[in-house]
Design a protein around this ligand. Structure first.
Ligand SMILES: *Cc1c(COP(=O)(O)O)cnc(C)c1O
Length: 222
């Protein structure tokens, strides 16, 4: 099946309240354009340089989501245009995003990444760190960022029960923190689910799925 067919097939399975991020990392602009021409306007990338090159070349009504781990010193390269940053996991990073957003007279939407997997390699905050961050005075001073939700990645495993438990755990944290609301905090988005587990993630309350290989085919890392 073509990229356009894959995309439309996946979209037909998503309820209205679930947003599709087409994860286009490593893929050429021609592939992204095929998805664009089939109606897709939200793309996810995990490297700032690659995302910026694509942003420069592609139509300006695209919303670019940064889904990878962000290094503080690179925030400045995407601050002008990025629409949502999924993987924020520290106050220091938030402060830098705030600073760069201010330079561009913007408010940048962010998701906080929560650690739910059973893998040392994954990033994120636990629930205690999350609450600490959100209730700190330093956080409340940040007027050029807005935390609009949480993001998480399940363990890379075939064990569906384990994945389900991890997604349920994230949903529980989301519901617990949902009641907190300040000027720069209003949790609405729960970003969880990829090609292999997005149906399960939606059953567990996901409102945003990040799907790459099921749309664009397998990635070829060289
Ligand atoms: C690559 C990536 C995805 C998409 O993975 P697929 O399995 O290709 O759908 C989703 N989320 C993050 C954070 C990623 O890095």
């Amino acid at each position: 099946m073509s990229i356009a067919q894959n995309l439309l097939q996946i979209k037909s399975q998503l309820p209205n309240h679930v947003t599709l991020v087409a994860v286009s990392k490593t893929k050429p602009v021609a592939d992204l354009m095929e998805a664009y021409n089939a109606g897709q306007r939200i793309f996810g990338e995990n490297k700032i340089q690659e995302m910026t090159e694509k942003w420069e070349q592609m139509p300006k009504d695209i919303q670019w989501h940064m889904i990878g781990h962000v290094q503080t010193n690179k925030v400045k390269f995407m601050a002008e245009y990025v629409s949502l940053i999924h993987g924020v996991d520290s106050l220091k990073l938030l402060q830098e995003i705030n600073k760069q957003a201010l330079k561009h007279h913007r408010v940048i939407d962010c998701l906080l990444q929560i650690y739910i997997a059973d893998e040392k390699t994954k990033f994120g905050l636990d629930e205690t760190e999350l609450v600490e961050l959100l209730t700190s005075n330093e956080f409340k001073e940040l007027q050029n960022i807005r935390i609009v939700g949480l993001m998480g990645m399940a363990t890379f495993t075939d064990n569906q029960n384990q994945i389900k438990e991890e997604f349920e755990h994230l949903k529980e944290i989301f519901d617990n923190t949902n009641k907190l609301e300040t000027l720069n905090l209003k949790l609405e988005t729960l970003s969880m689910g990829m090609s292999g587990d997005y149906k399960l993630a939606m059953d567990c309350g996901s409102t945003m799925v990040r799907i790459g290989s099921s749309i664009f085919g397998n990635r070829n890392y060289q």
